[in-house]
Design a protein around this ligand. Structure first.
Ligand SMILES: Cc1cc2nc3c(=O)[nH]c(=O)nc-3n(C[C@H](O)[C@H](O)[C@H](O)COP(=O)(O)O)c2cc1C
Length: 167
């Protein structure tokens, strides 16, 4: 079971939370790799071989960054995304900063690609993850406290992928 995380991260918060997700995925015995497309192009061959794809974005202007939209629109064209489980997460500065809109933008695009999407959900109790996990970069202790939620999201996502793909 392999899961790819494609994110854009300029000042490191989104990539940092991606590494918490990896910990959760690995707890389930699955493999995961992070591709920060702000730093280097993603390995399309590796992503093609994955059962799951999680997209991470900072919230810019209450939306996902354009680099993620471009990746989904153009750069990922050679990948059969429709056979994968998808998810999305965001970091933001403000509690009311539009991070949910950013996540929903991405989930909508994954649906258009024919992907099944998964939020992390509430069916396992706490933490209830609504559309996908969110961390606020410098708001009190929220950022540090979010680490566990991101790890749990990774483990729930890997469990769901195993359920669907019978790994
Ligand atoms: C151009 C720009 C626009 C931003 N717009 C928002 C916004 O609309 N809402 C918000 O909560 N944070 C906003 N932020 C803050 C970032 O979402 C936040 O710092 C994020 O964690 C950065 O991610 P990174 O460290 O992975 O690059 C903005 C930051 C920049 C640079």
């Amino acid at each position: 079971m392999r899961i790819a995380i494609v994110c854009y991260s300029l000042t490191g918060h989104t990539a940092d939370m991606a590494s918490e997700i990896v910990k959760g995925i690995e707890e389930e015995g699955a493999e995961a790799k992070i591709f920060n497309i702000g730093k280097a192009p993603a390995d399309l061959e590796y992503i093609s071989s994955c059962n799951g794809l999680i997209i991470g974005t900072p919230t810019y202007l209450a939306s996902s960054v354009w680099q993620i939209k471009k990746w989904l629109e153009e750069d990922s064209k050679s990948i059969a995304l429709g056979d994968k489980l998808g998810g999305a997460f965001a970091t933001a500065h403000f509690a009311q900063g539009g991070q949910d809109t950013a996540i929903m933008d991405i989930l909508g695009q994954l649906l258009v690609k024919g992907m099944l999407v998964y939020s992390g959900g509430g069916s396992f109790g706490q933490p209830i993850i609504h559309h996908g996990p969110v961390a606020l970069d410098k708001v009190g202790s929220h950022y540090e406290e979010s680490r566990e939620m991101f790890r749990i999201y990774g483990s729930r996502f890997a469990k769901k992928a195993k359920e669907l793909f019978h790994d």
